[in-house]
Design a protein around this ligand. Structure first.
Ligand code: BJW
Length: 230
């Protein structure tokens, strides 16, 4: 009963129509990371940041899970062993594709967070800078997104899952952002077989034992069929 731990990044949602970050025409080519993905950027110009995530939330609501999201949900249902998905993505395509055992380590577009008291609540489709926190009343609502310099969510639980993995898989992530980019090293130390799914080897690609090169909708679907057939 092999335990499979799967890390996903922007590449798994690309074929659903969501832009990745580091492609030539990706999000970081259109917006300065320091402006929209740091707590300092939010303090400087909350309206700019809130509007950036309002647009992302609207876009995520318009797209649908693709074959790779559905294949991972099928794996969770049919594999004779535990399957855990850790996503860096802030969209809800894994949930809508049917995955249940899921961690959003970089937060979620559907969440709001109080920058003053850390209270969390469901975000409205359109947030406004200075929206009041429903718990403490401070005009400090922000998107519940993990920005650079902030601690990703559930780190202790994720470390436990990775340490128990028999197979560790990374799908559609460039391996540029830590701590997620360090998970493959942790999994190797724990003795897991490691597989990378990407259009090209990532920045940490040399740490994986196996590579499946190509669009996730094809490579992940084929791999899930293989796993379920053995
Ligand atoms: C396809 C495909 C298809 C395309 N099929 N594939 C120096 C050294 C090391 C670390 C640091 C350092 N200085 C600072 C740090 C820490 C920093 C960091 O890593 N910085 C680096 C830039 C160097 N990290 C942090 O600050 C993190 N917190 C932290 O470290 O806390 C302290 C800590 C210490 C110890 C333990 C634990 C914690 C927080 C990081 C927060 C990241 N936030 C963002 C933005 C918020 C979300 C949002 O707005 O949506 O999260 S940044 C952005 O990058 C986003 C993503 O989740 C993340 C990763 O990007 P991803 O998913 O890999 O996307 P891309 O675009 O990079 O790649 C897409 C890939 O898909 C490509 O490879 C394509 O080829 C592929 N692809 N189509 C298959 N069809």
């Amino acid at each position: 009963m092999r335990k499979i731990v799967i890390l996903t990044g922007a590449g798994i949602s690309a074929e659903s129509g969501i832009e990745t970050f580091r492609a030539e025409d990706g999000l970081w080519a259109q917006h300065r990371v320091e402006d929209v993905a740091t707590p300092e950027g939010f303090m400087r110009d909350p309206e700019l940041v809130v509007n950036f995530y309002n647009a992302r939330r609207a876009q995520a609501a318009e797209v649908a899970p693709n074959a790779a999201h559905h294949a991972l949900a099928q794996l969770e249902t049919e594999h004779d062993g535990e399957v855990v998905v850790i996503t860096q993505n802030v969209d809800d395509l894994h949930e809508r594709g049917g995955t249940k055992a899921l961690y959003h380590m970089h937060g979620h577009l559907k969440g709001a967070l109080c920058a003053s008291c850390d209270h969390r609540w469901p975000a409205p489709m359109v947030m406004a800078a200075g929206d009041p926190c429903p718990s403490c009343g401070a005009p400090a609502a922000r998107p519940d997104i993990v920005w650079f310099g902030e601690m990703p969510y559930d780190m202790d639980t994720l470390a436990d899952h990775i340490s128990q993995a028999d197979i560790f898989v990374a799908i559609g992530t460039s391996g540029n952002v830590y701590p997620a980019a360090g998970f493959v090293a942790e999994a190797r130390r724990a003795g897991a077989h490691t597989i990378e799914f990407n259009l090209e080897p990532s920045a940490v690609g040399n740490q994986f034992a196996e590579h499946r090169i190509g669009p996730a909708s094809e490579t992940v679907t084929a791999w899930v069929a293989e796993v379920l057939a053995t």
